[in-house]
Design a protein around this ligand. Structure first.
Ligand code: GDP
Ligand code: MG
Length: 784
């Protein structure tokens, strides 16, 4: 029997974790190992993926993957002690207070260490699972001293900052990961950071409400042999529900300081800082790395691990990889470590023999045996130290909310309702209000500067550059700022609360059909508002492939800036069928997006979307501080762009439309360089029924901002556009406007995410698709 066949609400014991490679390692890392009890909770509204409970948290996976998990339903009560979750443990109820400031704590060898010189920069890696409160803690630790950049070679955000009150420190926020397996790009980044950049210390954030799975990463971090403190987060939820954690005992079992904190409430953070500074300053390495037990399942793993440690010791030292970490990764079958260690043929053979012997004795393959060993130790630690509350208020609340938000019949209506509300509030209410305010501000300022320049008798050309070029150009882009910030406010609320994970769960089946996973739905939806934040929001996607593909699809989602174009031409040419034409355009965009996705899937982005093994965290109230920080970041990011790329582009376009080839300033723009260029490309547009330099000019200006297509046309045609076009060429123009190169702000944000090559390729491809479609419309329409 497999997990797929299990009835909803039933429990079963895992007997075999099938599959291979990345996916299988994910299953194991997330705790789906032979012996574990799992409970099926529900199917997504479209029948796939499924949601189930493992070790007290909620995990989703696709049906096709669930088929690979073999289970049995007999004798569940007889589960051996090792695999029981800790909920029922009785003797752990002892409440011990943490002795407080750990300078006197057990796990600091104060004084007898060899402290680093006082002026050494103490670098820290902040590592933890997704949703463990990493962002919240990072913001608490660093306040406003942050610096955002990218990890070398990849476009994953890298945030650094000094700890508040500790000038000689630098914390780096690593991507949220579940294990140090080298399978996802995030895991590789985090692993390489710790291995290669050799931070002076690790701050490991652990979600106490989900402690087994979080400690799995901890086990692997301890093997890195780097001074470390554990920040036991979400303690407010544990104590609030009558649970407790014996922190001192946990320190003893793990050999590193454990500090209970609540990042959202800023409790325990000061103490955490003191410990972190102390362990790094005195370079106090973890006291314990040996978690395999000779009595655990006959000691097969224990013997194998120690044999490998002896075997590779000198190689590991030479390669600069912590020995214990290297050994357990080798036993898991990690090819990269094998390569890095440079073992000779004999040693490789011995390693293989040891691994085979372990598999035979343990009755599990190597990765499962290692995962099982780690989880055994964790269960043992939790049994002795964690007293879980029987019922957690947050969990019950989450389940109640989920009966609606992921319910079979309610999920999709609620999704539409919530997204509709977000868009309505952003584009019609709050964002629009702020945008209006900003626009009138810019207008007033422009007027002021205008009259100022006139009063000073500034040179006519300079005057025009400042007013018509810079103020108009940058101003029109700047007026998007409120919309972007408002949209991000709502989206980060949805993201941090845990809802976005549910949306991905609900929508996965649909997006799978075009080669993406459920998570891509968010950026695509935002694309209907504005491509710029849509592209920026693809950062939430876990795989580089999905991210690229999603970014390339966002321009097909017709953004709001194109609405004025549609409105103008439908009013002029299709007054009776306005709504129909507009809806048709939106649908055409979606259809072409789907066709492109299918094309990309067969060509550029072969392979599978990320496996959908995803956690559904409890719903939590986002902390206002984190949200504000994020908004500030986005705004800064956008402003930086507005004043660099867009600033320059504005000047260039203004220059082209204000000067002729002899570089004399022209009043009549039909003499300008832009008109000449438009004249050159005009033959290209003739087959589309758009052979007029003024139309070409307006389309070029549309690259600056789509809204300016209409305003440029009105100026150049002096109000008589309607006479220059037929309904058919108007239709062709509409289709072209829908699809061609997105505005410069959007292209710039693609460049920022994927690099110049991709940005240009995308701009070119959009133009090509637009040309072909407009041509098809003009040709086919001409037949009637
Ligand atoms: P990340 O995914 O690891 O960066 O996690 P976040 O920092 O985004 O936190 C996830 C959610 O947990 C947010 O809604 C936070 O407000 C919330 N959260 C973080 N720390 C705590 C805490 O100590 N207690 C409670 N109750 N919630 C928290
Ligand atoms: Mg976060």
């Amino acid at each position: 029997m497999t997990l797929k066949d299990l009835a909803i609400g039933d429990s079963a014991r895992v007997t075999k974790t099938g599959g291979n490679g990345e996916l299988r390692q994910h299953f194991l890392d997330m705790g789906v190992i032979p012996g574990t009890i799992i409970t099926k909770i529900k199917l997504a509204p479209m029948g796939d993926p499924i949601e189930f409970d493992v070790n007290g948290y909620e995990l989703t996976m696709r049906l096709a993957d669930a088929e690979k998990i073999e289970i049995e339903t007999e004798n569940l009560a007889e589960t051996d002690n090792k695999h029981k979750t800790t909920t029922t443990s009785a003797n752990a109820a002892v409440k011990t207070l943490h002795p407080g400031l750990g300078e006197d704590g057990k796990f600091h060898a104060k004084g007898d260490g060899d402290p680093l010189p006082d002026d050494t920069l103490l670098t820290y890696a902040l590592v933890g699972n997704q949703n463990s409160g990493k962002t919240t803690l990072f913001n608490q630790l660093t306040g406003s001293n942050q610096h955002v950049g990218n990890f070398p070679g990849v476009t994953v955000d890298r945030k650094d900052g000094a700890i508040r009150g500790q000038p000689n420190t630098l914390v780096t926020d690593l991507p949220g990961i579940y294990s140090m397996s080298p399978y996802t790009s995030e895991e590789i980044i985090s692993r390489n950071f710790v291995l290669n950049e050799k931070p002076r210390g690790i701050i490991n954030i652990v979600d106490a409400t989900n402690i087994e799975r979080n400690l799995y990463l901890t086990m692997q971090l301890l093997e890195m042999d780097v001074p470390m403190v554990i920040a036991l987060n979400m303690m407010d939820e544990i104590t609030g529900n009558g649970g407790s954690v014996d922190v001192n005992k946990m320190e003893e079992l793990l050999g590193v300081p454990v500090v209970p904190i609540s990042a959202a409430k800023n409790q325990g953070v000061d103490e955490l800082i003191k410990h972190a500074v102390h362990v790094a300053h005195f370079q106090e390495k973890p006291l314990r790395q040996d978690f395999c037990d000779e009595n655990d399942s006959g000691g097969a793993v224990h013997r194998a691990l120690h044999a490998v440690i002896h075997l590779i010791q000198d190689h590991a030292v030479k390669a600069g990889i912590p020995v214990r970490f290297a050994a357990s990764k080798l036993l898991e079958g990690d090819k990269r470590i094998l390569y890095a260690l440079d073992l000779d043929v004999n040693e490789k053979e011995i390693l293989e023999h040891i691994s085979l012997q372990m598999e035979a004795e343990r009755g599990l393959d190597r990765s499962a045996a290692m995962a099982d060993m780690r989880y055994s130790y964790i269960k043992n630690v939790c049994r002795q130290t964690v007293h879980k509350p029987h019922e957690s208020k947050e969990r019950i609340r989450s389940q109640k909310i989920d009966t609606l938000l992921t319910g079979k019949y309610t999920a999709i209506p609620f999704f539409i309702l919530i997204m509709g509300l977000v868009f309505f509030l952003t584009f019609n209410v709050i964002g629009a209000f702020l945008q209006g305010l900003l626009e009138s501000g810019i207008e007033a300022l422009t007027g002021l500067v205008d009259s100022g320049l006139t009063a000073m008798g500034t040179n006519e050309v300079l005057h025009a550059l400042i007013i018509d070029g810079i103020f108009t150009g940058v101003g029109s882009v700047l007026s998007f700022l409120p919309i972007i910030v408002t949209l991000f406010f709502f989206l980060s609320m949805l993201e941090d609360s845990g809802y976005i994970a549910r949306v991905a769960f609900v929508m996965d089946t649909l997006l799978r059909k075009i080669g993406l996973s459920g998570r891509s739905i968010v950026p695509l939806l935002i694309g209907f508002g504005c491509t710029v934040p849509a592209v920026m929001s693809t950062r939430i996607l876990p795989s580089e492939r999905d991210r690229k593909m999603t970014i390339l699809l966002t321009p097909f989602m017709s953004c709001t800036a194109k609405l004025p174009i549609y409105a103008f031409f439908t009013a002029a040419f299709f007054p009776k069928h306005g709504g129909l034409v507009m809806t048709g355009l939106y649908i055409l965009g979606i259809i072409l997006g789907i066709l492109n996705a299918l094309l990309y899937r067969k060509t550029l982005f072969k392979g599978e979307p990320v496996p959908f093994v995803m956690e559904l965290p409890n719903y939590r109230l986002p902390s206002p501080k984190s949200v504000c920080q994020l908004l500030w970041e986005k705004a800064k990011d956008f402003l930086e762009r507005a004043f660099t790329v867009i600033f320059i582009a504005t000047i260039v376009i203004w220059f082209l439309q204000s000067f002729d080839l002899h570089l004399t300033f022209v009043e009549d723009s039909s003499q300008s360089i832009l008109a000449k260029i438009s004249g050159l490309i005009e033959p290209l547009f003739r087959p589309l029924g758009l052979g007029d330099w003024r139309i070409c000019t307006s389309l070029i200006s549309g690259v600056m901002a789509k809204e300016s297509v209409v305003s440029t046309l009105e100026i150049l045609f002096a109000g008589g556009v309607a006479s220059a076009l037929t309904p058919l060429s108007a239709a062709s123009l509409l289709v072209f406007s829908l699809l061609y190169c997105p505005c410069i702000a959007a292209v710039a944000s693609v460049k920022r995410e994927l690099g110049a090559k991709w940005a240009f390729a995308m701009a070119f491809w959009q133009c090509a698709v637009a040309w072909l479609c407009a041509f098809a419309v003009y040709m086919i329409g001409g037949l009637f």
